[in-house]
Design a binder for this molecule. Structure first.
Ligand SMILES: Cc1cc2nc3c(=O)[nH]c(=O)nc-3n(C[C@H](O)[C@H](O)[C@H](O)COP(=O)(O)OP(=O)(O)OC[C@H]3O[C@@H](n4cnc5c(N)ncnc54)[C@H](O)[C@@H]3O)c2cc1C
Length: 430
């Protein structure tokens, strides 16, 4: 072989190894190395979480109130607003959104939810609204940098939690006035009653169960949309949760997300016995679950880091407690489980953003694993801190309380297992 041939062969090998010259249409190449934009955003959110969120965490947990000054700070630096969400979403690898969530919730989960709770309503408008509805309502969900607002997504009801098809809130169309009239009671709504914009899921035809549901925007100040009881919670106490009462609540016809024509077409299809788009809705849930998993990861990592530092400092029997294998191995397991959960979160986030089909409910897997790791790791952290871990003087107690919601909301762990087991088996497991 001549020298030139050798060089050409080597160049070919390098090109193959690095993917250079790959045909276009292959999509973004797989790598676990974050690009500069991702690193910059991670550093930016981490800085805010460390400098602003964490110092405020204990106060707002104790007050059990929405931390408006922190939301205002976030809005001022551009971290709270539709531009920031758009920037996180724009990343074609899908990783920026979970990375930003992990960092923010590392700071504090209650405040993190006070900041990120709005995105549930935004996601519904983004997923179901027309371009005109998105342009009108999404900016209003956030308000402005000087006067930030929050939004609320109201699906759950006292008798419709895991079983969303049992929703009783009704929406009736009044042709004479081109208005929708909503009646019912929503439960557990994050930002319920304090939000400017409420996105409400209601039934337009109860016989069709979940296939008769539609999403409506309730504009600010609408009569008949009132906050009910505020919920006193175990954790996530800086995030406001309340019932929302809808009592002859009249909204313009244009507040039906997606529009009436599309709804009528869909209902006609369902009534004729044709397939509904529930498959598409499932894919949407799968795509949003890694973001929730990333929030749980932030809490788990915070508890791991705190207990690692503590174990190196705390002396018993004349040595640091980390010198005992029992403690060191617990920390090793925590690190292992957190990193494993992150890989599931990143995989599902990448799949969602690059349009992959979730054949095995990979989104549910990521949320299930991260949620359960967060509960387990924060409990381990309390154990490592001993009596101090059990007190409100040390943050791991709060982290443990905050973590528990991640096995309950956005689909309980049991429901995630149901989704995964149906996906892998093709059997309609009950
Ligand atoms: C802090 C907080 C914030 C929330 N924010 C919102 C919000 O912003 N918007 C909103 O719409 N909702 C919100 N929720 C509601 C949340 O989504 C529901 O609590 C959740 O879906 C579970 O419903 P549930 O509480 O009625 O429990 P249930 O559905 O009554 O479940 C009780 C238990 O039974 C199990 N179970 C139920 N069905 C099955 C089954 N088929 N197989 C096996 N096990 C089953 C569940 O896994 C669970 O362990 C929030 C809840 C909380 C606590």
């Amino acid at each position: 072989m001549s020298d030139t041939a050798g060089v050409a062969e080597a160049e070919q090998l390098v090109a193959e190894a690095t993917g250079e010259g790959a045909e276009s249409g292959d999509g973004p190449r797989f790598t676990l190395e974050l690009n500069q934009d991702q690193k910059d955003i991670r550093e930016w959110v981490h800085g805010f979480a460390e400098g602003v969120v964490r110092p405020a965490a204990e106060e707002w947990d104790e007050r059990e109130e929405t931390p408006w000054p922190v939301i205002q700070e976030a809005a001022k630096i551009g971290l709270y607003g539709f531009e920031a969400l758009g920037q996180f979403w724009a990343d074609e690898t899908g990783l920026t959104l979970p990375i930003a969530n992990e960092e923010l919730f590392w700071g504090d989960a209650g405040i993190g939810m006070a900041i990120m709770g709005t995105s549930l309503a935004v996601a519904a408008i983004f997923g179901q609204g027309t371009p005109e509805q998105m342009a009108e309502w999404i900016p209003q969900c956030f308000g402005t940098a000087d006067d930030p607002k929050v939004a609320s997504f109201c699906s759950s009801e006292p008798d419709a939690g895991s079983d969303v098809s049992a929703i009783r809130t009704t929406a009736k169309y009044d042709e004479a006035t081109d208005e929708w009239i909503l009646n019912g009671q929503k439960a557990w709504a994050t930002n319920g009653g304090i939000a400017d914009i409420h996105v409400v899921i209601a039934s337009v035809d109860r016989e069709l169960r979940s296939r008769g549901h539609a999403a409506f925007v309730i504009p600010p100040g609408t009569k008949g949309c009132e906050q009910g009881a505020k919920v006193k919670k175990h954790g996530l106490r800086a995030s406001h949760t309340a019932d929302v009462h809808l009592d002859d609540c009249r909204i313009p016809g244009a507040c039906l997300l997606g529009g009436k024509e599309k709804l009528d077409e869909r209902l006609a299809r369902v009534r004729e016995g044709k397939r509904s788009k529930s498959q598409a809705a499932m894919q949407t849930f799968e795509a949003s679950r890694p973001t929730v998993g990333a929030q749980a990861l932030g809490i788990a990592r915070a508890a791991y880091e705190y207990s690692l530092g503590y174990a190196k400092e705390r002396q018993q029997f004349g040595r640091a407690i980390i010198e005992n294998q029992a403690i060191a191995f617990a920390l090793a397991d925590m690190k292992l489980e957190i990193d494993a959960a992150r890989l599931l979160v990143w995989r599902a986030a990448w799949m969602g953003r690059s349009g992959q089909k979730f054949e095995n409910a990979e989104g549910s897997m990521s949320k299930l694993k991260a949620g359960e790791v967060a509960v387990w790791a924060t409990e381990r952290a309390i154990q490592i801190l001993g009596g101090n871990g059990y007190t409100r003087e040390f943050p791991v107690e709060r982290m443990h309380r905050d973590s528990k919601i991640y096995t309950i909301f956005e689909g309980t762990s049991e429901i995630q297992r149901l989704v995964i087991s149906r996906a892998i088996s093709g059997v309609h497991i009950q």
